[in-house]
Design a protein around this ligand. Structure first.
Ligand SMILES: [Zn+2]
Length: 119
């Protein structure tokens, strides 16, 4: 288990296992957020303070919502709008202690054009 919070602490994110890989995406939304995404199965991540302290943003093909703390503005995760078996969500691991994510393998995803990993 590993936990992190948004800057003000209203949102707490608890993942079942520390992330080993994180994705940087260059799509029009992610590049602005500067998020580092690690993926988990829906239901395995415990997020407290959500949705009572969060706002969400939906765009494009409207399959997911990007969630941020409504007090401090930090983006905490994205989650699918429709739940389905084996659905995944992503946690913004920038909310974890930097020492905890020091050894992450970073993968670059070309969400802007090819929708493929750049490696
Ligand atoms: Zn906050």
């Amino acid at each position: 288990m590993l936990a992190g919070t948004c800057h003000c602490g209203a949102i707490r994110i608890e993942v079942p296992t520390p992330p080993e890989v994180a994705t940087v995406c260059n799509c029009s939304s992610c590049r602005r957020l500067g998020a580092l995404w690690s993926y988990y199965k829906v239901g395995t991540v415990k997020i407290t303070g959500h949705p009572e302290h969060t706002d969400a943003y939906v765009w494009g093909d409207r399959t997911l919502r990007t969630v941020r703390c409504r007090h401090c503005g930090c983006v905490t995760h994205w989650e699918p709008l429709e739940s389905k078996p084996d659905g995944h969500m992503a946690v913004n691991v920038r909310n974890f202690d930097p020492l905890e994510i020091d050894n992450l393998r970073i993968r670059r995803f070309d969400g802007a054009v090819t929708w493929k990993y750049l490696e």
